[in-house]
Design a protein around this ligand. Structure first.
Ligand SMILES: [Zn+2]
Length: 96
């Protein structure tokens, strides 16, 4: 799956391929390509001790009143009209 988000510290747009398994079952941390800040994306087990975070960035952003877009890829591609955090599945099927 693909995760896209804009860093709130430096406004850099980051796009990562992340493991679906890690996102839904483990821990995902992305480092901003602009300022090297680390962004917690998922912590399903609560191992990092951020109880306010929830299980993943979707929980967290919703708790903060921000929107997350879940996209389904199509032949027309993915639109890029705004800067919100997005998650989209891909059909490679070979993620570990
Ligand atoms: Zn940044």
């Amino acid at each position: 799956m693909t995760l896209a988000f804009t860093c709130k510290k430096c406004d850099t747009r980051n796009i990562y391929k992340i493991s679906r398994v890690a996102y839904y079952q483990g821990i995902v941390i992305c480092t901003c390509s602009g300022c090297q800040s680390r962004h917690l994306i998922a912590d399903n087990k609560g191992l990092l001790d951020f109880p306010e975070f929830g299980r993943n960035i979707e929980d967290y952003m919703e708790s903060q009143g921000e929107s997350v877009q879940r996209l389904v890829l199509s032949n027309t591609g993915v639109s890029t009209q705004d800067s919100s955090t997005r998650l989209s599945p891909d059909d490679s099927g070979n993620e570990s």
